[in-house]
Design a protein around this ligand. Structure first.
Ligand code: TMP
Length: 203
């Protein structure tokens, strides 16, 4: 089996994914892989500027969707595609599944429009593997409350995050072979073992 080169990490805010990305990167580098760790929205100067706007300024769902896809376009062209072409492994904290979950599920924005934008922006590019951190919305909310000041998404209520989780589940149902479900409610060491196994590394 060809190893996954473009790996994305998804889940509702507070699911705990970010902690594990650094560990996967370190282990892949030990194995000799060249690894790029990046995030969305973000990963380039322009995309990080768009991220700042999306996370802090009031806007409607279409504007939000256009901005995250604009950031994604720049990120793909400048970082992701060149890295993959050079044989590097790309670990990306969120990607298009987050748009379907947050803008589609959370905000209730038109999935057909999101699919059109996806085709325009990605020209068929999809992650090889997506780790989905599945955590009950109430547990994720507890973790967020301890962690940091809320941005425009993190301040949303439990019902919003239930819809986001449902958005992820629908996306997974449409392409189950791309996803590995990680039970993010388990103790940290167990989650870490599951993450390493999912990317084909020894625990
Ligand atoms: P982060 O806190 O995991 O870095 O993600 C930033 C926020 O942006 C998070 O609340 C999810 C949200 N988001 C979207 O709404 N749409 C998207 O397409 C992406 C990538 C993130």
């Amino acid at each position: 089996m060809t190893p996954a080169r473009f790996i994305t990490f998804e889940g509702i805010d507070g699911a705990g994914k970010s902690t594990h990305i650094a560990v996967v990167a370190q282990r892949l580098r030990q194995r000799g892989d060249e690894v790029v760790v990046t995030r969305e929205p973000g990963g380039t100067e322009l995309a990080e500027a768009l991220r700042e706007l999306v996370l802090t300024r009031p806007m409607d769902s279409l504007t939000e969707s256009l901005l995250v896809f604009a950031a994604r376009r720049d990120h793909l062209q400048r970082v992701i595609e060149p890295a993959l072409a050079a044989g590097q492994t790309v670990l990306c904290d969120r990607f298009t599944d987050a748009t379907f979950a947050y803008q589609g599920g959370g905000r209730g924005f038109d999935l057909g429009v999101l699919r059109t934008l996806e085709q325009w922006v990605q020209a068929g590019r999809q992650p090889d593997l997506t780790l989905w951190f599945d955590v009950p919305a109430a547990l994720a909310a507890e973790r967020r409350a301890q962690a940091r000041a809320a941005d425009r998404f993190e301040g949303e209520d439990l019902a919003f995050f239930e819809r986001v989780a449902e958005g992820y589940r629908q996306r997974i149902a449409a392409a189950p072979q791309r996803f590995a479900r990680i039970d993010g409610a388990r103790p940290l060491d167990e989650v870490q073992r599951a993450v390493l196994a999912a990317v084909g590394l020894e625990p």
